[in-house]
Design a protein around this ligand. Structure first.
Ligand SMILES: NC(=O)c1ccc[n+]([C@@H]2O[C@H](COP(=O)([O-])OP(=O)(O)OC[C@H]3O[C@@H](n4cnc5c(N)ncnc54)[C@H](OP(=O)(O)O)[C@@H]3O)[C@@H](O)[C@H]2O)c1
Length: 294
């Protein structure tokens, strides 16, 4: 009687694997039971990836700015998580280089981390994502787009500052923000990456339970016992304040415009996709604030 042939598990690659989201995606793949030998961390700085190599995952050099690194990095990869580049000015060119290399390497599925409502928002971060989505669609590769909302860590990472000042200052008004933790977005991306391609293809609006800045301040007060209030400014006032604090005006205008987007509701979604992909409720704001206090 002949033995059934051993079917190798598909190989998964994660770009930006030394970054905060990418690292969590590698962890999520391993937690999901993918053998470390089938997980490849694509990084631009091999030195920064020693801890990843220690986990037994393959570490390959892949620099978005050096297309010659991308072909070898994607050799034999069946499913790729393309973590968006933080380089706003060059992101579309960089992402296009990765998508072209994935096409040339016959990658079977690309999951791209985009931004919430990428194709229908005034959010200044959106155009680079919408253009990348178009490139991906035009490539003919099977793909899923994870349109991530804001990271909860954008706020919990500033907890000490909020507590020291006793206030959160912004221009988000009553806008609701469907933020979620990086760990939840990473797990959702891995769910798209490892699932049935036919079911996962398409665009996924991802976000956690929404909150206003005033509700964030209330939650911080409740969890820490230190009173924190939200002070809402106009976009111009916030811009001036950021400039006074030492930020250059162009960056200050950009940062304040993100709050204007929040005020217009552009960071809110009622999509249940994150919960569905996780198979559980996303981490609550209370739990995220508690965890940031540890
Ligand atoms: N939803 C949100 O609230 C939010 C907030 C911030 C950013 N984002 C987006 O989400 C992405 C991931 O977030 P994150 O928190 O993981 O950011 P992060 O910690 O800054 O990680 C970015 C990753 O991109 C890598 N990278 C940068 N330039 C590269 C290049 N030329 N070639 C290859 N890799 C390159 C970095 O490599 P090194 O480790 O070598 O630096 C790092 O691993 C960001 O890049 C940004 O597009 C979303």
């Amino acid at each position: 009687m002949s033995e059934s042939p051993v079917v190798p598990a598909p190989s998964f690659a994660v770009t930006g694997a030394t970054g905060q989201l990418g690292r969590r995606a590698v962890d999520a793949l391993l937690r999901r039971g993918v053998p470390a030998g089938n997980v490849f961390a694509l990084v631009r700085d091999l030195e920064k990836a020693k801890d990843l190599a220690d986990l037994g995952v393959g570490v390959r050099e892949a620099d978005y700015d050096r297309p010659d690194t991308l072909g070898p990095a994607l050799e034999g990869i069946e499913r790729l998580l393309l973590i968006s580049s933080p380089d706003n000015d060059n992101a579309v060119r960089q992402h296009t280089a990765v998508i072209e290399a994935a096409d040339a390497a016959d990658v079977g599925m690309v999951v791209y981390t985009s931004v919430i409502h990428a194709d229908e928002t005034e959010l200044l971060l959106a155009p680079k994502h919408a253009e990348t989505e178009d490139v991906l669609q035009g490539s003919g590769l099977p793909f899923a787009v994870a349109r991530n909302g804001w990271y909860t860590e954008n706020y919990t990472g500033r907890l000490d500052e909020y507590l020291a000042r006793g206030e959160i200052v912004g221009a988000a008004g009553q806008g609701r923000i469907s933020a979620a933790t990086r760990a939840d977005y990473a797990e959702a991306a891995v769910s798209l990456l490892t699932g049935d391609i036919a079911d996962q293809q398409g665009y996924w609006e991802l976000g956690g339970p929404s909150f206003t800045m005033a509700e964030l301040a209330e939650t911080i007060t409740e969890v820490t016992g230190t009173t924190v209030v939200y002070r809402d400014l106009s976009v111009d006032e916030l811009t001036d304040r950021l400039v006074e604090a030492g930020m250059d005006r162009a960056t200050a205008e950009f940062v304040a415009s993100l709050d204007a987007s929040a005020a217009r509701g552009e960071l809110e979604t009622d999509s249940p996709a994150l919960e569905n992909l996780l198979g559980r409720a996303p981490t609550s704001l209370v739990d995220a604030v508690r965890a940031a206090r540890l």
